[in-house]
Ligand binder design. Structure first.
Ligand code: HEM
Length: 163
């Protein structure tokens, strides 16, 4: 109805165990890979949001060069937790690569582990794993990837605080 204030919709029961993620996180990351010449640092902001009703968390990430603020990689998608502790995520990257990730979460340890089931539209990347962990007030994540020429190796590590 016009003018009606929308009531706060309660968290979906599947999303509630991951409510610690909801909000906006900001911090820095560091990247490297055996096939790239030098490691690099970047600024990062990511948002997990939930509008209630559906068992879905929307995910949006952007990164930038620390010195110039110039945009770097960005990605967004949907995380779909289930009450049994399993989770799947679909993520679209600004490079054109798409991921279907499957994994598990631990509500007590505040941890999510994802392993790619499908990588699409990629020239080099064959596999991606992602772990997120809430440690001492910070969200710590690690991204590993396997490419045509390497086995699974760390590419990114980030440390973010909720803003
Ligand atoms: C290099 C994939 C996220 C920055 C690369 C390469 C791949 C890749 C395949 C080339 C490696 C090679 O040539 O052997 C990915 C994937 C990501 C991701 C799958 C997410 C899951 C990011 C993010 C940043 C980043 C978030 C920075 C904010 C870089 C940089 C290089 C690189 C700076 C080196 C480029 C160069 O040396 O020309 N990445 N990347 N990547 N990535 Fe990522």
């Amino acid at each position: 109805m016009a003018g009606e204030t929308k009531a706060q919709v309660p968290l979906h029961p599947a999303v509630a165990p991951l409510s610690f993620l909801l909000g906006t996180w900001k911090g820095q990351g560091e990247g490297s890979f055996p096939t790239i010449s030098s490691s690099f640092h970047y600024g990062e902001e990511l948002t997990f949001s939930h509008s209630g009703g559906k068992p879905v968390i929307a995910y949006a990430q952007k990164t930038w060069k620390l010195a110039s603020q110039e945009n770097m990689h960005a990605e967004s998608g949907y995380w779909r937790p289930k009450v049994d502790g399993s989770i799947e995520a679909v993520i679209a990257q600004s490079t054109g690569l798409v991921e279907v990730q499957k994994g598990t979460y631990d509500a007590e340890k505040k941890m999510v582990q994802l392993q790619s089931e499908l990588i699409g539209n990629a020239t080099k990347v064959r596999e991606i794993t992602r772990t997120f962990e809430f440690i001492s007030g910070e969200l710590v994540y690690v991204v590993q990837m396997a490419t045509n020429s390497t086995t699974l190796q760390p590419h990114l590590r980030g440390l973010l605080k909720k803003i």
